[in-house]
Design a protein around this ligand. Structure first.
Ligand SMILES: Nc1ncnc2c1ncn2[C@@H]1O[C@H](COP(=O)(O)OP(=O)(O)OP(=O)(O)O)[C@@H](O)[C@H]1O
Ligand SMILES: [Mg+2]
Length: 838
């Protein structure tokens, strides 16, 4: 048998189950666990194999092969061979150290984040050793017997063996916008795939059992197009960050070429000038930026995990911190997940258990996975005893209706349940006689009265089935007998109001986007402290143009009776006015909105589509957890901003001064090895940034990344740094009459001190002494500074070409550094002042 099932047959749906079993060497009873693990080795994991993490050796090689590293390596080796052993050795040593530092930090961070992401990996239900069990989607193998239910993402290509009311959404694969019916049985048209499931489609309704034929990249649509594919477009934050790196890289290249050309044209030694230019380029490139971002984000992800928030897409941490509006569905987040059956009434409103019993039969046999169904089943134990399933029309969130054809003591009975107004429309009689408009109005009035008491209702209807039993069609759901109402208690969580207040205080507005009755939504909104003056319903929204909706969503915080696509429409309407929108939901009906939102939040145990569409998974379905996550997100972002600000102002400013000086001065302002040491120590000083704490002010409001604000910051702080560099040059040359060696040493010290110490100014928007950094950041910067200060005075300094400067020169340097820091602190408010349009 061929190892790749792709060879088995390109059109597996044309084959019978028996033929496929023969080719796949399996039976319809499912695999034994041992067999399955053998198959996993043979066929590989059911995933996009390209997503493998790189090993340490590869990571090192990748960094070594970057142009700058390569030039440095060659330059170091050439220096060693041509007599400058110490100089060459230093270059190679520094290169090794920075690559090592980078690899270890980043590798560690990426692994930690990966472990977290795995902990919320999607599950699939397959039959192993005779029973259905949940396994990681990656571990599904050809030959497995698979069970999928509404809300799942199909994990592999498979042939349907059995199905009930099963439809699949294949829009992502085939472009077909509507769910298609899927059922077992041979097809007559060879291109008809009604009996096939494809990896990445979404199970929309019902349930199916199927034989897995292909997995992973062998599947018909591969892994790229499907709902399982994790490929995401970069967020504005990621794009800008990359752009920022690119801008600096281009500036570096231009600068270095100018320096090199000018020096060579003026007859300076070529090799010296080349090495100097390369060192300058190394000093200029924000080579730590990717590492610092990854490490900071991963550390953020770890801290968030401690607060029950798992991040699937790292950049979502920033987006969460930037979020201004959070839309949420109602059940489970604002209310407790445990909905309970409170009352069962007959058509006239009298207490009667029949409605609940029929509801429970439909829920148990129907097998949908909603919380209302769970409450029905729990409320009427063993209701379905003696009844068996003959057909079904799975619950549809757009119609808000579903039905079950059951056979039992009363014969064959169609049981319909759903939203009261929908079901009542379809009823023509009730137990006691005809069902007229008055009776309907009375029933709706009862529903609203319950809603005012905090109970939500569904209606139950039935119809004796005549003729042979078969699958239920929409047309069958007419001429129904109204059986009564089931009322459920769905009380607000005790913590909800406080969490909403906390979110509001931190600049995040909450909006309820529910499929439930507007009356129920209105009451709940009032209870948890939201603006409940006005509730828009799905019907209201359908009347509005996109522009009109964009205006309405500004002032309306509660919505009811929304269809799934209306939830995403509201999200888009909010985005139109530049809000950063989060959506929190767990149902199959929330998936479109989760995708549309800037940040999709779901909960552990939510339906597969919701989890797959989400960027962030909450381990506890609680708004408190979201508020915690928002805080962490802002904290993480603030730390990334520190590094970016440092790079954009002090580091870049210093290297710019160096480039200008190298053209203006008759000697090199700093030797290549000195620049490399400078750069290494500077990098070292910043290692503590991801661990740093953040002032409460920096997390109080949504933090949006803004290139404009960064440019403003750089435009003020950069020149300031250069002014002081030139003051230093002037003082050294004309006041202290420094020799080239003294000049380099003194400037090395000045440049290290200003670059490193300014972090204490930049890291907070307030006064530095009001907000001390984390000990780790203090330690990393002060140790780096100490090394920079001490090296010139030791024998090691001589290897780098340092000399001991006279005390009076050192005093001058110290004075300059102090004045620089004071100036930086006084200019800071202007550099960070935010314009109204930001
Ligand atoms: N299993 C079910 N049986 C009968 N009716 C149902 C069922 N599930 C949902 N409904 C009806 O459809 C409506 C919308 O469903 P649901 O409340 O789950 O939507 P939602 O948008 O997820 O709302 P929520 O904000 O409560 O999570 C319900 O109010 C109810 O009337
Ligand atoms: Mg819901």
């Amino acid at each position: 048998m061929p190892d790749s099932p792709a060879h088995a047959d390109n059109h597996f749906w044309r084959l019978s189950p028996d033929e496929l079993c023969r080719r796949l060497d399996c039976t319809l009873a499912g695999l034994a666990a041992a067999d399955a693990s053998g198959r996993l080795d043979r066929f590989g994991p059911n995933s996009d194999a390209a997503a493998r993490t790189e090993g340490a050796m590869r990571a090192i090689l990748r960094r070594l092969l970057e142009p700058l590293s390569l030039i440095l390596l060659v330059a170091g080796i050439v220096s060693m061979l041509t007599g400058d052993e110490i100089g060459g050795l230093i270059i190679v040593l520094i290169l090794t150290l920075s690559i090592g530092l980078d690899t270890v930090q980043e590798g560690h961070a990426i692994r930690a984040a990966e472990v977290l992401r795995r902990s919320v990996a999607l599950k699939a239900e397959v039959k192993r050793d005779g029973t259905f069990r949940e396994i990681d989607v990656d571990h599904v193998v050809p030959g497995d017997i698979l069970r999928v239910r509404a809300g799942d993402i199909i994990p592999a290509d498979a042939l349907i063996l059995q199905s009930t009311a099963f439809t699949a959404g294949e829009a992502a694969l085939t472009g077909e916008p509507y769910p298609v019916q899927k059922r077992a049985g041979a097809v007559t048209d060879p291109d008809d795939t009604a009996n096939a499931l494809f990896r990445g489609a979404v199970a929309q309704t019902g349930e199916a059992i199927a034989l897995v034929v292909r997995t992973g990249r062998d599947t018909v649509f591969g892994t790229a197009a499907s709902a399982l594919a994790e490929a995401q477009t970069p967020s504005p934050f990621e794009r800008d960050l990359r752009e920022f790196g690119l801008v600096i890289a281009r500036a570096t290249l231009a600068l270095v070429l100018v320096v090199l050309t000018v020096r060579v044209v003026f007859g300076r030694p070529v090799m010296d000038s080349l090495l100097f230019s390369v060192a300058l380029a190394v000093g200029l490139t924000p080579e730590l930026l990717p590492m610092i971002t990854t490490v900071t984000l991963s550390r953020g992800a770890l801290r968030m995990a401690g607060r029950k928030v798992i991040v699937k897409r790292l950049a979502a941490i920033h987006d969460l911190g930037a979020m201004t509006v959070l839309c949420t569905d109602k059940t489970g987040t604002l209310t407790s997940a445990e909905i309970t059956l409170a009352k069962s009434l007959d058509a006239d409103g009298k207490d009667d258990a029949r409605a609940a019993r029929l509801g429970a039969i439909a829920a148990e046999l129907g097998g949908d996975r909603g919380s209302l169904d769970a409450a029905l089943v729990a409320g009427q134990s063993n209701a379905s005893q003696g009844w068996s399933l003959a057909g079904r029309q799975a619950f549809d969130f757009s119609r808000r209706l579903g039905s079950v054809l059951a056979t039992g003591p009363e014969g064959a009975l169609l049981i319909v349940k759903g939203a009261p107004e929908t079901v009542l429309e379809l009823c023509t009689t009730q137990r006691s006689g005809a069902m007229d408009d008055d009776a309907r109005t009375a029933a709706i009035a009862r529903v609203h009265q319950f809603a005012a008491e905090g109970l939500r209702c569904i209606a139950i209807a039935s119809r004796p089935w005549t003729g042979a039993t078969r699958e239920v069609e929409t047309e069958d759901e007419t001429d129904l007998v109204f059986e009564g109402l089931c009322a459920f208690a769905d009380p607000p969580k005790p913590t909800a109001a406080a969490a909403i207040a906390r979110l509001a205080a931190s600049g995040v507005t909450l909006k309820i986007l529910s499929g439930d009755d507007p009356v129920v939504v209105k009451r709940l909104a009032g209870l948890v402290g939201l603006n409940a003056d006005r509730v828009l319903s799905g019907a209201d929204i359908a009347e509005l143009s996109d522009d009109a909706l964009a205006v309405q969503v500004q002032s309306t915080d509660a919505y009811g009776r929304l269809a799934p696509d209306q939830k995403s429409r509201i999200v888009k309407a909010l985005q139109a006015s530049r809000a950063v929108v989060g959506f929190l939901g767990d149902g199959i009906n929330d998936a479109p909105a989760l995708k549309a939102a800037d940040i999709g939040l779901s909960v552990d145990g939510a339906s597969g589509v919701a989890q797959a569409a989400a960027d962030i998974i909450l381990l506890a379905s609680d708004l408190e957890v979201v508020a915690d996550g928002v805080e962490e997100g802002r904290r993480t972002f603030a730390n990334i901003l520190k590094y970016v600000r440092m790079g954009a102002s002090s580091n870049f400013g210093n290297m710019l001064s160096m480039a200008i000086a190298s053209i203006a001065l008759p000697f090199l302002p700093m030797l290549p090895t000195q620049i490399l040491l400078n750069n290494l120590l500077y990098d070292l000083s910043e290692l503590g940034i991801p661990f740093d704490q953040v002032s409460p002010a920096a997390t109080a409001q949504p933090q949006v990344w803004s290139m404009r604000r960064l440019a403003r910051f750089a435009a003020i702080m950069g020149p300031l740094s250069s002014v002081f560099d030139f003051l230093t040059f002037g003082a050294l040359l004309y006041l202290f009459k420094a020799s080239p060696e003294e000049f380099r040493t003194a400037w090395f010290i000045e440049s290290m001190a200003t670059q490193i110490l300014v972090i204490f100014v930049i890291r907070t928007n307030g006064r530095p002494w009001r907000n001390w950094p984390d000990p780790l950041l203090s330690a990393s910067s002060l140790v780096a500074l100490l090394v920079a200060m001490v090296v010139p005075f030791t024998p090691v300094g001589a290897w780098f070409g340092f000399v001991t400067p006279p005390p009076i020169m050192m005093a001058g340097i110290v004075l300059l550094v102090v004045v620089y820091l004071a100036c930086a602190e006084s200019l800071k408010p202007f550099a960070i002042r935010t314009g109204r349009k930001d």
